[in-house]
Design a protein around this ligand. Sequence first.
Ligand code: ATP
Length: 272
Amino acid sequence: MNTTLERKEVKESANVENQNDQRSVKISVRDLDLFYGDNQALYQVSLDIREKEVTALIGPSGCGKSTFLRTLNRMNDLIDSVRINGDIHINGNNIYQSKDVIELRTKVGMVFQKPNLFPMSIYDNVAYGPRMQGIKNKKELNKIVEESLRGAAIWDEVKDRLKSSALGLSGGQQQRVCIARAIAMKPDVILMDEPTSALDPISTLKVEELIAHLKKDYTIVIVTHNMQQAARVSDKTAFFLNGEVIEFEQTDQIFSMPKDSRTEDYVTGRFG
Ligand SMILES: Nc1ncnc2c1ncn2[C@@H]1O[C@H](COP(=O)(O)OP(=O)(O)OP(=O)(O)O)[C@@H](O)[C@H]1O
């Protein structure tokens, strides 16, 4: 039987280097610890997220999934008590050494659990970010808005009501407009924190189809409580428990042949 140390080494090498992976590493996380004041929420997280793949983060409530997701675009910086050790490189740049957090959040977009559109028209919601970046030309904005709404598979549903309030759309439509708003910033990476948990099954299916489509162009990291969803949409899955990554592997392996008994217990519904 392996010692704890040997198990840790096996786990870490599986997390960070898999010879079968052809795609290049987009996000590299090493030895990441995160504290809220005196409480540690993440322990020595090390993993590589590859470009144009969907990576799902699963695990029981409070295990650190959302905390980890938020480290990837420094959203935790907004919380005073947070302290972080370790490194995160995106496209080879150490994001905690860079001063330009706005640029980081442009490149690493985020979609939240509940749609959070502004109380303005559909058009203005999607054009908001590009306008903030200084794009004023009407034709250029029209093009960005149309391409983003098409990219989020909602153009046909809203093209005749672009000037109407975005808040008049259904929850599922609003969530796809949120995705369009993220796409309008031309990100590299899209983070999704339980993006379908407030949606009905049909809207959920549409967002899942959209995720499958988006991964042609974007690297996606998604937190989900729904294990069928992780199995349906993701290429890789990381299982978190008590702030640690217990196992990070190809999704089909996590669900059919997990290496760690704790992963198996979780994916077979024995706890969580
Ligand atoms: N803003 C915060 N201030 C202090 N502690 C926090 C804060 N946010 C999260 N925590 C703590 O960090 C730990 C991890 O929480 P986190 O929300 O990341 O877990 P999670 O796996 O995403 O949970 P859930 O699935 O319920 O959303 C928990 O113990 C939580 O109480």
